[in-house]
Design a protein around this ligand. Sequence first.
Ligand code: C2E
Ligand code: MG
Ligand code: MG
Length: 731
Amino acid sequence: MSGLFSKLSGGQLSASAAEHRQMVAHDPNRSASLLAGLEAANLGWFWESDASGRLTYLTDSAISAAGREKDSFIGLNLTEIFATGDADDSDTTSRPLKFRLASRSPISRLNVKVLGDETKEMWWEISATPRLDGHGNFEGFHGTARDITRSLAQSRDSERAAQYDSLTGLANRFRMARQLEQTLKTFKQSKRSCAVMLLDLDLFKKVNDTLGHPAGDELLKQVAVRINKLVGETGEIGRLGGDEFQIILPDKDDRGELADLSKRLVQMLSQPYSIEGARAIIGCSIGVAIAPYDGIDASDLIKAADLALYAAKDAGRGTYRFYSSQLSQSAHFRQRIEDDLRDALSQGELLIQYQPIVDAKTHNVASLEALLRWEHPERGRVSPAEFIPVAEELGIITEIGEWVLEQVCIQLGYCPTEVRAAVNVSPIQFASDDFYSTVDRILTKTGVDPSRVELEITESVFVGDLDRTLDLFKQLKGRGVRLSLDDFGTGYSSLSYLRDAPFDKVKIDQSFVRGCTEEGNNNGALVSAIVSMAKALKMETVAEGIEAKDELAMVTAHGATHLQGYLFSTPISIEELLTRFENKELEFKPRGPEKYRSERRTEFRRIGLIHGDSRYDVFLRNISKTGARIEGLLDVPIGTEFVLDLGDGQLAIATVRRSDGFTQGVEFETQLISDGAQGLCTRHRVSPYQIEAAGRPLGALTNSAVAAYTGAMQSAPKAFVEVDIGAQIRR
Ligand code: C2E
Ligand code: MG
Ligand code: MG
């Protein structure tokens, strides 16, 4: 064996100290014996290769550490011995090493996997410099090596800990953020899509509080297993912390598929869990956003998924929701509501409408439900469903509620004495210490007969201090006002509330009435059960939200004593009511459709319509999965095909099936799907990449994105006459 590391037999040392030093410094024997010492002490391994890359020398202890025989090792090409790659990755390869050897440049601290023994993973760190002869010809490499298997495993473990959630073994927030960022960056170049789901467990806190934290931990583990089962290899799953999970689904943009997966996730996670003998039930809400449609980069996409999750929770939890640009508008909107609501009362922007509640036998008005309205100077009428929760959060609901009660008591003075009025009471208002004294004061001040005033309370008041609630009920009943339980069946519905609390009336929530005559719907049986229970407790029953005659027939057949809904009347002004009362018109006749058409949603939305090379503005009046009614074009022949631009990049190909003046009934070529809430959406959307290709800057879709994309068509001659029906819509 020749070369630097070959062991030469030692020469004799003599001469003076200076000579000696000089000799030692240049003595190849000395260097060799030093290296031999290092080798023997296992402080380093040395190796050498020839010009063709074959191993010519390796420290003996290294050969035995690798579990090889000297003869079977020496002479092999380095690329047959080592592979490079990420230690985290099973995909190791010898190609990069081959290139490095071929380049004949120094190798510094390269991690290589030692090949040959499948049973044992071994990693070395190698360094080397090229070896040249006196003429500068390359003779091979020589260098060092050391075993880094253990330290690599340790750093892998700590890297794992930094990237994975120790409880569930899922990726943690840090890793998910990195993954998403990297995925979106790569996908942007290749114009691919990627969906993100944010999952939040409902009622998890309750499990933690009642069964303890270890049970909560066990539950989270089981949740992770269930998500894994459904998602498997199709996506990366992470736990962001607490009860929040995230799933990244590369190359997914079909909202039909994503809706199916979301539904299955909600269903699967809502099945009972068995935890140390106890049973726990939780729910799950999901927000879904898809790149590049809802956001191009990670932070925008997460913001979108977050808003969708928020909306899913708002929609009553246990559901999923796709992001739409409307959601971010409503987030802005909410902020503006907060800003303006404080002044609404003093500015006189609040008003009350009344919806008649009729006797089931005579259809004569028995009472009126007072429903608050906010007439905003710029935004028009804002729904109480939107601003009451904000008023509750801002703590101004008590003030508003007091005003409503006083107004109603005053206006009752103008109504026939047999008519009562019902006022909605927020649970926050109900919980305030001076609720009783406020009611008492207003009754005294207005002098109204207390038995004509009904307070509508929801089941949520039972969640607080039950003794106080029951005491307050007693006090109020003692003062002579009537109590009714609103939206029964939607909340914590417990029979014991009904038994213990002195309600005069139970209002059956409209979700039980809706679709009660559709096949396979067991709402009828539930209505019947609630009615007979209330009857046994001598309470009246109001069926809420009756919109069609078949619903009326059903609730009447099941014995509801009172009825409320658009079929009899929408909420109307006090002036309109007083006129009726003056004319002794106490009866409200049912007027409306024979059958409730569950899939039709009423809309008043301006949308785009593309026909040939022209783009029109039309109004969408209603929409279902299979079709829509549009207004705004005159005499469109049956069979005409066009594309409806429903906003947010949603294009639906449609054929005219009915046509009457400026109204057309159209059928969609592909059915729409549920957006998770009450809305509908298309499976696919125009990709922002297509819009970019048409010369517009790349950006997430907005309501007007496709309008901008197709805007160039505006100038083309139009085949249909456009009718200005805006005035009617604004009515
Ligand atoms: P609620 O007490 O359950 O009131 C009934 C809601 O159903 C009203 O909605 C009413 O317009 C609507 N409705 C009635 N008939 C039908 C029907 O046939 N079909 C459909 N789809 N809906 C029908 P509105 O006025 O938007 O009020 C929503 C909620 O806001 C009320 O639900 C109530 O919880 C709350 N709210 C309204 N006014 C007040 C108030 O003065 N104070 C408080 N605290 N809450 C109020
Ligand atoms: Mg109510
Ligand atoms: Mg109600």
